[in-house]
Design a protein around this ligand. Structure first.
Ligand code: G
Ligand code: G
Ligand code: MN
Ligand code: NA
Length: 254
């Protein structure tokens, strides 16, 4: 509870930070975008990962303020990169919590951020989980359709860990599936994980949806994903999530 109070004050005090993890196109090795991941620079405890405060924020409703901050900061950063000729134009992916997806104010928050920072909608991707889509599938489908009309990309995060994946692909207008790290870890080692990844890639290709594999740590995993026809890879093999300046340096060095 104390942490919650500290977070409530910490957001307007400017204690949140964004780290960015590169996403790399499999066919030519070029950067396609980044995933923006929030951190909390706690005045006493240091830099905290989302696992230490996201659930608290979600349960208390504070995730609304946190999510609004993340969306604005990520869009601002994406707009800066889009204007920088030195930097490849990158898409920025933002994680949405369940409460954000079901918030009737989401579309206005997204259009507001895009307008404020003059970012082209196609440079923003919103990551939603299967679990969040399941809360109110009809409302979620309507929200995603509106976002798609705006030109914003929609990605299903942690794909394969939820349920009803097949019907979801039909029902929701999504552009991308993110194959969960838990399956990628077992690639080439565990027969069932390997089969699941292969099936996800084939399924996505069959319905014209891009695939991103997360948690790619080894060259062997990257090679197998390339063979399977996965589109984009993300993980420690390329880079950990880092600050914007470090990402730019990494991108330049490639
Ligand atoms: O950064 P890290 O790899 O520790 O992220 C752990 C998890 O926290 C991610 O899987 C992601 O789903 C979640 N997360 C990170 N940033 C955000 C954010 O800005 N909003 C929400 N809702 N979740 C986030
Ligand atoms: O949104 P999501 O929960 O998928 O966020 C990705 C999380 O996974 C982040 O916390 C990030 O730090 C972490 N991560 C990213 N790449 C790797 C990786 O290659 N290996 C492992 N173990 N974790 C990763
Ligand atoms: Mn994610
Ligand atoms: Na994920």
């Amino acid at each position: 509870l104390r942490l919650l109070g500290e977070l409530r004050r910490g957001i307007p005090d400017g204690q949140l930070r964004l780290h960015h993890q590169p996403q790399v196109r499999v066919h030519d090795g070029r950067i396609s975008g980044v995933e923006a991941l929030v951190r909390w620079q706690h005045p006493v405890r240091g830099l905290l990962p989302p696992s230490e405060f996201i659930d608290l924020a979600e349960q208390s409703g504070l995730v609304r303020e946190l999510g609004a901050w993340v969306l604005d900061a990520a869009v601002e950063q994406a707009a800066r990169w889009a204007r920088d000729p030195e930097c490849a134009t990158v898409e920025v992916a933002v994680n949405l919590s369940t409460r954000q997806l079901t918030d009737p104010g989401l579309v206005d928050a997204v259009t507001g951020a895009l307008a404020r920072h003059r970012l082209a909608a196609h440079l923003l991707v919103l990551e939603v989980t299967e679990t969040a889509l399941a809360v109110d599938p009809d409302a979620a489908a309507a929200t995603l359709a509106t976002l798609k009309d705006l030109g914003v990309g929609v990605s299903v995060d942690d794909f394969g860990t939820g349920y009803a994946s097949l019907t979801y692909l039909q029902r929701f207008p999504v552009d991308e599936l993110k194959i969960d790290r838990s399956f990628v870890t077992g690639l080439g080692v565990n027969a069932s994980d390997t089969a699941i990844v292969q099936a996800c890639v084939q399924l996505a290709r069959a319905v014209g949806v891009r695939t991103v594999a997360e948690g790619v740590e080894t060259e062997e995993q990257r090679r197998l994903l390339a063979e399977m026809g996965c589109d984009v890879v993300q993980g420690y093999l390329f880079s950990r999530p880092v600050e914007a300046a470090a990402f730019q340096e990494w991108a330049r060095a490639r």
